[in-house]
Design a protein around this ligand. Sequence first.
Ligand SMILES: [Zn+2]
Length: 172
Amino acid sequence: MSLRKIITYPHPVLRKKAEPVTVFDKELEQLVVDMAETMYDAPGSGLAANQIGELRQVIIVDVREADEAKNLHVFINPLIVAEEGSVTDVEGCLSVLEYSSNVKRAQKVRVSALDVKGKQFEFEAEEWFARALQHEIDHLHGKLFIDHISSLKRTLYKKKLKKLLQEQEEAA
Ligand SMILES: [Zn+2]
């Protein structure tokens, strides 16, 4: 197992589209293990392969409460096949430093995906789980949650981030 570095905005790899997975082998299993280790270490409740620089359609989600046992879900080549309702709630991202904002998402989604062995399955999720799935699937298409907020808010965030990165550089 190895911990991978989480790439942060505005790195260009986060804007690239991930390719569908076609080979289901030990290497893919290792990628999922590394992603899980990286996500739990962060800690976060979801991670897309793009975020560690792997342009493959792999996402993982675990929306358990802090005091609950790990409950890892792996989705390969995930596709949202149905969605219902809408709900606005606060969202953040391991790749978007020091920021969170309200984002409107479908309340319920049905996802079609493959498991790590290449077996197809369908999965229904609501509320936080549905939000996490939509957020992570966005990553696979080079999209970030800040693309869902107003351009004014985004401009303010970019300014804040620039200042933050400058301060980090000066401190280094
Ligand atoms: Zn994210």
